[in-house]
Ligand binder design. Structure first.
Ligand code: NAP
Ligand code: GDD
Length: 407
């Protein structure tokens, strides 16, 4: 028989309930109960997943967002009302705004995810990109040095910093011009940086600033060199989401025409759909021969947290170790609605508008250091990632269609 105990709020609880609560308290959740974390870019893809993770672990989370004329809470609606979560407006490029938030909240951990994160946009807005992606980071490093020197800091560095560089074995770094990328090519913490965009150059400047503050002032500051990570919450202008959203839209349109792609009726109606295809705009893409190492954002935010739990701050590559071309992503995604590799060409066009003045052709990370020291691992495969993104976009289209019917 269980004896009766009383919980902290005066409720009666059984021994089993007591033991479960005790265990919960002694795990991550309990250990982090008094910890306060600042998360910049909380309304973005990574910020929203990271805030969710920290809340689950028991943190008090102060999410920082920039001022916008309309609220963009889609990604944070699941936890915006959590009593341990609060939201504040901070412009990271404004030192006063950053100093004030660090001084007032005295955070234990700061995760700096805010950025102008679109590579192509950085060619059109190089100064703004540098203001946010470099000056914004220096503002936090200075704020920590002045107001909370023992706060732990995470900086969102990026695989874009490698640019043209790959390693082919432990002792040689080469530029890929004139060489074929092969399964032996990769980038690791040792690979030389050679950024190819204003975005990457600004991120590399920050990457060095973090190291300088770490070595110069002894700050606990770490950089995650994250390779591409996507999700159901990915911004719609990044190539993976652009593809999955287009496919979902196309599927919904095809169904509205009386065609069911999933049920393979589609197969019988090729001529019909081809004759009406002009009424559905084709998918327009740029360089589909670029290779990326794509993982799921939920796995990657866990790596950010793990970095700040280490006694010694350091930089880590976070990647799956697998690379696919944009075209390969398309093949997997179109296959989901039964459009074969041979047929894809009928559904997209190459548009020079989506090419960049300079391109990063090949990314494949070596996550050995993170796996060994942090115990980090990925749980979502490339195929699962593609399917999860498609399912989410297809469901969103279905909801939209239902709402249209009801209105
Ligand atoms: P994201 O979805 O574009 O989120 C960026 C966030 O930064 C958004 O919440 C954005 O606000 C906010 N922001 C932009 N400018 C700001 C400013 N001036 N002041 C305050 N906040 C500002 O990007 P993400 O994919 O989550 O990436 C998170 C971070 O990781 C970024 O620093 C990115 O560069 C870096 N990174 C991403 C990847 C990847 O593959 N996802 C890989 C390596 C590194 P709004 O919501 O108002 O737009
Ligand atoms: N966005 C976009 N749109 N990219 C296209 C398109 C298109 O229509 N067509 C081809 N691409 C190619 C790009 O040229 C690039 O080679 C590749 O698809 C991936 O582009 P994005 O999805 O925009 O991502 P990214 O690799 O440039 O940058 C992302 O990953 C970085 C880490 O490597 C962003 O999340 C960055 O913030 C991040 O640092």
């Amino acid at each position: 028989m269980n004896s009766i105990r009383f919980s902290f709020d005066g409720r009666q609880e059984s021994e089993d309930e007591y033991q479960a609560r005790k265990k919960h308290r002694e795990t991550d959740y309990g250990q982090n109960f008094n910890k306060r974390a600042l998360v910049t870019g909380v309304t973005g893809q990574d910020g929203s997943y990271l805030a969710e993770l920290l809340l689950k672990k028991g943190y008090k989370v102060i999410g920082l967002k920039r001022r916008t004329s309309t609220e963009n809470y889609q990604r944070i609606e699941g936890f915006v009302d959590n009593p341990r979560f609060s939201l504040e407006e901070v412009e990271v490029a404004d030192s006063g705004s950053v100093y004030s938030v660090v001084e007032r909240h005295q955070p234990d951990e700061i995760y700096n995810l805010a950025a102008q994160s679109h590579v192509k946009t950085s060619f059109d807005q190089p100064c703004y990109t540098t203001q946010v992606n470099t000056i914004g980071v220096i503002n936090f490093l200075e704020a920590i040095r002045r107001f909370k020197p023992n706060a732990r800091f995470y900086q969102a560095s990026t695989s874009e910093m490698f640019g043209k560089r790959v390693d082919v074995n432990e002792s040689m770094t080469v530029t890929p011009e004139g060489t074929d990328f092969n399964s032996e090519s990769f980038q690791s913490e040792e690979t030389v940086f050679e950024p190819q965009s204003p975005y990457a150059a600004a991120k590399l400047a920050s990457h060095h600033m973090v190291r300088i503050y770490r070595e110069g002032y002894g700050l606990h500051a770490s950089c995650g060199i994250l390779f591409n990570h996507e999700s159901e919450r990915r911004g719609e202008k990044f190539v993976t989401r652009k593809i999955t959203k287009w496919i979902a839209g196309f599927k919904s349109w095809a169904e509205a025409q009386g065609l069911d792609t999933e049920a393979r009726h589609f197969e019988f109606d090729r001529d019909y759909i081809h004759s009406r295809r002009s009424s559905y705009p084709k998918l327009r893409l740029g360089n589909i021969e670029a290779f990326r190492d794509w993982g799921h954002a939920e796995d990657y935010v866990n790596a950010m947290w793990l970095m700040l739990q280490q006694n010694i701050p350091d930089d880590y590559v976070i990647a799956t170790g697998e690379t696919h071309s944009v075209y390969d992503f398309m093949i997997h995604a179109f296959d989901y609605i039964d459009i074969s590799k041979e047929e894809i060409k009928d559904f997209f066009v190459i548009d020079s508008e989506f090419y960049r003045p300079a391109e990063v052709e090949f990314l494949k990370g070596d996550p050995t250091k993170a796996q060994t020291i942090l115990g980090w691992e990925t749980n979502v495969s490339f195929e699962q990632l593609v399917h999860r993104m498609l399912e989410s976009d297809i469901n969103a289209e279905k909801t939209k269609a239902k709402e249209k019917l009801l209105s």
